[in-house]
Design a protein around this ligand. Structure first.
Ligand SMILES: Nc1ncnc2c1ncn2[C@@H]1O[C@H](COP(=O)(O)OP(=O)(O)O)[C@@H](O)[C@H]1O
Ligand code: SF4
Ligand SMILES: [Mg+2]
Length: 353
């Protein structure tokens, strides 16, 4: 009997490359220097299954937002591809492209700047519903009521303007607007970073509930590891524009298999409340994305680097059930996480409503 086939991932990111050309000065041009570019994504590989939440973490500048923007086609890739339902999204045209724009929605960090201050919530949601013609006009009022209920806002919110709401409530309106078009995928980039910690928990828990209730596929980009651990089924760690480790959340947090992930977890103050200051995730400076290291991108900071690390870039290879890491060492004797700190992280108290 043949084994049951794994369903095709809803999103497949394959060797995704994105560069941002640097403006070239007149002196550089006169000297005949070649144009330079920020290497924001350097061959990202990641699959996202229907109905799961994948967290994306990594230090500032590692390409998280660029990846999120490429997923919703706010940027086009320079190389590689993103498949949605098996098809390269760069090939979508016309009605297919519009359907993709509806099915994959981004929720922004600051919904206020994307909510028209002169429109009442009813108009904001109504506009989203009519642009994509997801509901006939007669059904729009009922759908607006449903959306407000989904994001736990009172019905009278429909007649108010964005400035009348708190940051957390505005984030709920942003989520309702994204849900209005009945998407399959939500891409949330630093969704709650601008909110107070107590409000962050409420919004993240709402997203968690909606994901389960509506069977949404969520890509949750954040630098706060505690939030990512709370909400994600699987986590991908990025370094210098590459996914260097991906695995089931608890496996990755309790037994990281890449030296950078280990350094990132060790340095996270949110995972260990006794740490007051943020320490660097790894020794030494983060290399410039203008000048990538040869071989392993982490070799300038890795305490385990050896000859091969400077010659050959490692690819993601299996390290356990669904767990993969891009490192030439398959076992570098990483100590297991301290059970006390794991327990502290796992404690749901700060995030429960
Ligand atoms: N529009 C842009 N133009 C030029 N460089 C950019 C642009 N967007 C991002 N970058 C650069 O790409 C790299 C990755 O940035 P970003 O994706 O914002 O990282 P993160 O979200 O992880 O902090 C950084 O070096 C950043 O300066
Ligand atoms: S490949 Fe080498 S330099 Fe890179 S993380 Fe592994 S041991 Fe460190
Ligand atoms: Mg970002």
């Amino acid at each position: 009997m043949s084994a049951a086939k794994e369903p095709l991932p809803l999103l497949q990111i394959e060797e995704a490359v994105k560069r941002f050309p640097m403006p070239q000065g007149i002196l550089d041009r006169l000297a005949g220097r070649p144009p330079r570019a920020v290497n924001a994504l350097n061959g990202v590989n990641l699959a996202v299954r229907r109905g799961e939440t994948v967290g994306i973490v990594g230090e500032s500048g590692c390409g998280k937002s660029t990846l999120a923007r490429c997923l919703v086609r706010l940027h086009e890739l320079d190389d590689g591809r993103i498949r949605f339902d098996g098809k390269d999204v760069a090939e979508y045209r016309g009605a297919e492209r519009r359907a993709f724009n509806r099915r994959v929605q981004m929720i922004f960090q600051d919904p206020y700047s994307s909510l028209n201050p002169r429109m009442r919530v009813r108009q904001i949601l109504g506009e989203a519903l009519s642009v994509h013609r997801v509901r006939p006009p007669a059904e729009i009022p009922g759908r607006i009521a449903e959306l407000l209920e989904l994001v736990r806002l009172p019905q009278d919110a429909a007649d108010r303007f964005p400035h009348e709401f708190s940051g957390g409530q505005r984030q709920r309106i942003g989520i309702a607007r994204a849900l209005a078009v009945e998407p399959d995928v939500l891409v949330a980039d630093e969704l709650v970073s601008a909110l107070d910690v107590s409000v962050q928990a409420q919004v993240v828990n709402l997203l968690l509930q909606l994901q389960e209730e509506l069977h949404l596929t969520v890509v949750f980009v954040a630098h706060d590891l505690r939030l990512v651990r709370h909400i994600s089924h699987r986590v991908a760690v990025m370094y210098l524009g590459k996914v260097i480790e991906v695995g089931p959340t608890e496996a990755l947090f309790t037994a990281p298999r890449h030296p950078y992930t280990k350094a990132l977890l060790d340095a996270a103050p949110e995972l260990d409340p006794t740490r007051r200051t943020r320490v660097a995730a790894a020794r030494g400076e983060l290399p410039s994305p203008l000048d990538l290291p040869q071989g392993c991108l982490f070799n300038t900071r890795c305490p385990h680097a050896f000859d091969r690390c400077f010659a050959e870039r490692p690819i993601l290879t299996p390290r356990g059930p669904e767990h993969r890491a891009a490192c030439h060492l398959t076992d570098f004797g990483l100590p297991q996480a301290d059970p006390a700190s794991v327990a502290a992280v796992a404690a749901p108290a700060p995030l429960s409503l």
